[in-house]
Design a protein around this ligand. Structure first.
Ligand code: SAM
Ligand code: SF4
Ligand code: SF4
Length: 333
């Protein structure tokens, strides 16, 4: 089934936030001053693994093939491997996860054994001082690097490495990261600091743009743009002119990619969001807990998607933005 929204965009991806909690306090996502004492969701408010499994099956019937588990930090959710095993029973799903790579590396094996197919790891610097400044919880780079090695050993690849660049904090980390991962199977993806939520004190001046990121790399390692792997790919791809691999830039601020956005998001408490920058979701949990049938839930999702016209990143530049956006840690990055 191909479900199209009002702008002819097909529903293909589902991002699932499995928890709104995280053990990091990244300054661009969950700043300590806001999240240290915070009214997090209670366990009873979270969707159970069975509820998530049921929802994913319905999405799969509607044509969704890519499912990404995220959060908050997905490994903070107890026994997340059980959810992966449940979802992995559907062989049609491309099942992936985004993590900060801070947990013991034994988890790499348990995730792979449970049926995880791909993993994206977030790593904002190779410099200990800068990394700690970004995560704000004194976590060291070492463990994340161990994750990268372990993922290669178990064949969880090709791993993507996400790096958010915030001006005045980690732009000096761009070249060392490129030098470390150039010529390896890992694909670095630099992300423009985004105005998600309302708590990260975002301002345009703090955004290091795609143009600047590419100019920095190009000055030492010439790059050329290459075609996307598929329509709707969020990262703009570049390859090294000397043939030593590729990298990507997710330029949600300066190069909006709403035109092909195929993603729906499911929050940890069971609401559906049509856009990362939405200010409100639609409650699915009470429908499920109220005894709705699969057909009713499917119809509900179909109606939501076919009525969708969200294109926040395009509208941002038209200064029509909303100021009441939901947080990324809640809705899932
Ligand atoms: N905790 C996991 C992690 O950090 O990988 C998964 C959730 S996190 C919200 C998902 C991704 O969103 C991470 O790669 C993170 O760097 C990115 N992210 C969070 N806040 C962001 C912001 N304000 N701008 C750009 N990317 C952001
Ligand atoms: Fe946690 Fe990921 Fe947000 Fe950092 S980016 S605070 S690791 S959810
Ligand atoms: Fe999709 Fe919304 Fe991001 Fe545009 S702003 S790409 S519609 S999630």
């Amino acid at each position: 089934m191909k479900l199209k929204d009002k702008k002819n965009r097909v529903l293909r991806d589902l991002r699932i936030s499995v928890t709104d909690r995280c053990n990091y306090r990244c300054i661009y996502c969950m700043p300590r001053e806001v999240y240290q004492k915070y009214d997090y969701l209670k366990h009873s408010e979270l969707l159970t693994f069975e509820e998530i499994g049921r929802i994913v099956n319905i999405f799969s019937e509607l044509g969704v093939r890519k499912v990404r588990l995220t959060g908050g930090e997905p490994l903070v959710r107890k026994d997340i491997e059980q959810l992966i095993s449940l979802l992995a029973q559907n062989p049609e799903l491309d099942l992936s996860m985004t993590t900060n790579g801070s947990f013991p590396t034994t988890r790499v094996h348990s995730l792979k054994d449970a049926g995880l197919k791909r993993l994206t790891l977030s790593l904002d610097s190779l410099d200990e001082v800068v990394y700690k400044k970004m995560n704000d919880v004194d976590q060291s780079v070492e463990n994340a690097m161990r994750w990268i090695n372990e993922c290669e050993k178990v064949g969880l690849g090709p791993i993507k490495i996400n790096t958010v660049i915030k001006r005045g904090v980690n732009e000096e980390s761009i070249l060392p990261l490129v030098e470390r991962f150039k010529g390896t199977p890992y694909i670095l993806r630099f992300i423009e600091f985004m105005d998600v939520g309302t708590t990260n004190s975002w301002k345009m001046d703090d955004v290091v743009t795609e143009k600047e990121i590419i100019a920095t790399i190009n000055s030492k390692y010439p790059l050329q743009p290459i075609a996307p792997n598929y329509s709707g790919e969020v990262a703009r791809r570049y390859e090294f002119a000397d043939g030593s691999g590729e990298l990507g830039v997710i330029a949600s601020v300066t190069q909006a990619f709403c035109g092909a956005c195929s993603r729906m998001r499911l929050s940890a408490h069971g609401s559906l969001y049509l856009c990362l920058f939405a200010n409100k979701g639609t409650d699915l949990r009470s429908m499920i807990r109220g005894g709705a049938s699969d057909e009713e839930i499917s119809l509900f999702i179909q109606n939501l998607w076919t009525g969708r016209s969200n294109r926040y990143s395009e509208e941002r530049s038209e200064a029509k933005t909303n100021t009441d956006k939901v947080e990324m840690s809640f809705i899932g990055g």
